[in-house]
Structures are given as structure tokens and as C-alpha cells.
Design a protein around this ligand. Structure first.
Ligand SMILES: NC(=O)c1ccc[n+]([C@@H]2O[C@H](COP(=O)([O-])OP(=O)(O)OC[C@H]3O[C@@H](n4cnc5c(N)ncnc54)[C@H](OP(=O)(O)O)[C@@H]3O)[C@@H](O)[C@H]2O)c1
Length: 404
């Protein structure tokens, strides 16, 4: 597909200038303590409008809906250390999120200890990352007993399996933290019913634990949502916002446990993973059935999407991506996107219902609680690995300029 490169460059340049202007306004605004308003989805030039005075908190108009967002700048390191000076974070589980959030907190100077099964894969991984048994690495029970803020980062299935042994350790004065609303929201299925006399909060990074770590190391931060289930102390909101920054978040928006879990389960089954995979497969198969070669089918389905067009959507938006393509491509896409939307919307409606009524949770718990779940998962991933489209992808990637 051809690109209107000059037009694209011009639009890009004008947006860079607009965004530089916005940044300069933001910088000016952030030097004064005030409530800032930022307009997204409305006029690009009506960027930041200072409102009334208040510490660093920002309101953003997302296409007409105003939301408060919190950011790392609200919690400088000294303030974080002061806020958590009497706390011990007992981070339970050292998988993807445990690794990212734990190392970020440690680098931030927060007092954090890890609790995992002795001599399991996570125990070994934690030692490799410099956690020391008996000093800041313990078994789950001992870590919870030592902690004031218990961060339950076991896998969702394990949170349910271990709840009976964990619940009695969550005594008054402690705080319980999750990174997913899964366990308490679907308590009829998980049996995870948090004690009513302690604060219960959530910080859900919008990405894998590896990304939580890599963005932190780059001096950036991942976007996260936060929510409060129980606010016994009256400080649960503030604590969750501070913890979000401590684990490596850049900006933080408020949600509820229910909304977090429903949007997360729905999104990963839809556009983020399952939906996009299904769409790639359908398009590829039709091309192959019509005599196109594997490399042509792959390039027109996946390679151009991931290497050329999707990054444009990510950086500048869908309208920019349309603008960067040929008139022929634009005409066709404008005609066909409503067809795809109408065909897919009922599927998304079914998916949301299946998420909300607990069907997805039930399936996940049943599958991931089986002793041989890792082997079964591996067998299914092997099927994907062996699909022609993804075997072709391996070869096409080798041909990228950076790999030559
Ligand atoms: N991964 C993501 O992208 C992501 C993003 C946002 C939020 N979250 C949420 O963050 C939480 C943690 O997810 P994760 O992906 O980091 O989990 P994970 O990588 O699957 O971590 C699993 C951890 O649970 C432990 N574990 C498993 N079964 C256990 C059992 N029966 N008893 C004791 N420990 C057990 C494992 O220890 P062993 O090594 O000893 O088995 C490991 O430390 C979840 O609530 C998840 O929904 C995840």
C-alpha cells in the first residue's frame, strides 16, 4: 500500500509542533501548584487549561467526559519514602508482576520483601534478582506476617487456591493489595472474600510485568488504574495512588474493582489478543485460498499492520493513519470499517456478557487450577506456533532490514 509521505510528514510535523506547545504549557502549568485541565479528543489546540489551585492533580477531558488523573509528579521520591516509612510491602508471588513491581519498589527505596513457595521456580528467580533468603525473601506465611501492606501477586488461580491459608494472616491494621479485580469480584467462584476491617486496594498496570520494569528503567512509567474495595482508614485512595507510583506507574486513573476486571478480561479476549488473532487468521486464510503466496498473505495481513500502520495509530491516531495512506486505500477502508464493526459487535456483546456473568472467570479458574495446566497450555501454544501463518512470520521477520 502506498503512503502519502509528504502529507503524512506535514501532518506529523504540525502535530509535533502542537504537542511541543502543549508540553511547554504543561511545563509552565506544572511549576505552579494547580489543578490542570487537559483536553483529549476535542480541539487539538485547546490543550491545557489551568483551573483552580490544588496540588498537582490533573483533570483531563476525554472527549467530553472529565476524569481526574494522578501522576508520578504528584509523588516525588522523598514524599513516597516519607509516606511509606513505617510500612513493609509483603509482595506475595514473584511471577510477571511480582518481578516488575518488586524490583521497581526496591529501586525506589521502599521497604519490600518477597513471599513465595520455598524452592519453587519463583524462589529461584527471586534469588537470581538479588533477593536474599531470610533478609527480604521468605515463604508466603512469614512474609505476610512481617508485612503491613500485603500485595497479592500470585496468579489468579493461585489466589483462590491459597485463600484459606492467607485470610487468617490478614489481621487488623494491614492493607490488602491486588493487581486485578478477579478474585474479590468473582468471590462466589474464587471464594476470596477480603476481611471487612482492613483497607483493600488495587493497582492494575496496563501491561505485562516485563513492561512495568522496562518502562521504569527507561525513566518512564506504565499507565495503571487504581480502585478501592474497602476504605477502613479513610486513606485507602491516597495509599493506592502512592503505591501505583511506587510500583512504577506514570499516570494513574480511578476505576472500580468490577470495571477493572470486566474491561481487562474483555479486552484481552477481544482486540488485544483473541480478536486480533482471529481476524489475522481469517484474512490470511482467505488470501491463501485464493492462490496468494504465504509471504504475500503474511505481508498484507500482519507485517504491514504491525510494522507500518499500527505504530502510526499508536503514535498519532486512526485519522492520521488514514491520512498517511493512498486515496485508494482510504476509500476502501472507509467503506469497509462499518461492515466489520456491524459484523463484530454482536460477538463483542456476547463476550462482554460472558465476562460479566462469570463464565470467563469460571473457565479460567477451572483450566488454570489443573495440576498439568502448564503442559496443556504449552500444547495449545504449540498449535499456534505450527500454524502456517506464524511459521511464515518467522521467516519474514528474518528479512527485515535490521536483521540483515
Ligand atoms: N501478567 C500480566 O500481564 C498482568 C498484568 C496486570 C495484572 N496482572 C495481575 O497480577 C497478578 C499476578 O499475575 P502474574 O501474571 O504476575 O502471575 P504469574 O506470573 O502467573 O505468577 C504466578 C506466581 O504465583 C505463584 N503460584 C502459583 N501457584 C501457586 C500456589 N498454588 N501456591 C503458591 N504460589 C503459587 C508462582 O510461584 P511458583 O513459581 O512457586 O509456582 C508465581 O510466583 C494477577 O492477579 C494478574 O491478573 C497481571
Amino acid at each position: 500500500m502506498a503512503f502519502r509521505t509528504n502529507a503524512a510528514r506535514m501532518i506529523c510535523n504540525s502535530r509535533v509542533i502542537a504537542s511541543k506547545r502543549a508540553m511547554s504549557l504543561l511545563t509552565k502549568a506544572s511549576t505552579a501548584p494547580m489543578l490542570r485541565t487537559n483536553t483529549f479528543g476535542a480541539s487539538a489546540t485547546a490543550a491545557f487549561k489551568p483551573l483552580v489551585a490544588s496540588r498537582g492533580i490533573k483533570q483531563i477531558n476525554f472527549g467530553g467526559s472529565v476524569e481526574t488523573v494522578y501522576e508520578r509528579a504528584d509523588w516525588p521520591r522523598e514524599k513516597l519514602l516519607e509516606y511509606f516509612k513505617n510500612d513493609t510491602m509483603a509482595l506475595i508471588g514473584y511471577g510477571s508482576q511480582g518481578y516488575g513491581q518488586g524490583l521497581n519498589m526496591r529501586d525506589n527505596g521502599i521497604n519490600v520483601i518477597i513471599g513465595v513457595r520455598k524452592n519453587g521456580a519463583s524462589w529461584k528467580a527471586a534469588i537470581e534478582d538479588g533477593w536474599v533468603p531470610g533478609e527480604n525473601l521468605f515463604d508466603v506465611k512469614e512474609a505476610i506476617e512481617k508485612g503491613t501492606i500485603v500485595m497479592n501477586l500470585l496468579s489468579d488461580a493461585a489466589q483462590s487456591e491459597t485463600w484459606n491459608s492467607i485470610k487468617p494472616l490478614l489481621t487488623k491494621g494491614k492493607t490488602l493489595y491486588f493487581s486485578h479485580g478477579f478474585s474479590p469480584v468473582f468471590k462466589d467462584l474464587t471464594h476470596v472474600e477480603p476481611p471487612k476491617d482492613i483497607d483493600v486496594i488495587l493497582v492494575a498496570p496496563k501491561g505485562s510485568g516485563r513492561t512495568v520494569r522496562s518502562l521504569f528503567k527507561e525513566g518512564r512509567g506504565i499507565n495503571s488504574s487504581y480502585a478501592v474495595w474497602n476504605d477502613v482508614t479513610g486513606k485507602a485512595h491516597e495509599k493506592a495512588q502512592a503505591l501505583a507510583v511506587a510500583v512504577g506507574s506514570g499516570y494513574i486513573y480511578e476505576t472500580t474493582f468490577e470495571k477493572e476486571v470486566n474491561s481487562d478480561l474483555y479486552g484481552e479476549r477481544g482486540c488485544l489478543m483473541g480478536g486480533i488473532h482471529g481476524m489475522f487468521l481469517a484474512q490470511y486464510e482467505v488470501l491463501r485460498e485464493n492462490g496468494h503466496s504465504p509471504s504475500e498473505a503474511f505481508n498484507e495481513t500482519v507485517e504491514e499492520a504491525t510494522q507500518s500502520l499500527y505504530p502510526l495509530i499508536g503514535k498519532y491516531g486512526m485519522d492520521y493513519m488514514y491520512d498517511a495512506c493512498s486515496t485508494t486505500a482510504r476509500r476502501g477502508a472507509l467503506d469497509w470499517y462499518p461492515v466489520f464493526k456491524d459484523a463484530l459487535k454482536p460477538v463483542f456483546e456476547d463476550l462482554y456478557e460472558s465476562t460479566k456473568n462469570g463464565t470467563e472467570t469460571k473457565r479460567s479458574l477451572e483450566f488454570n487450577s489443573q495440576p498439568d495446566y502448564r503442559e496443556k497450555l504449552e500444547a495449545e501454544l504449540q498449535i499456534i506456533r505450527n500454524m502456517e501463518i506464524w511459521r511464515v512470520g518467522k521467516e519474514v521477520r528474518k528479512l527485515r532490514p535490521e536483521n540483515n
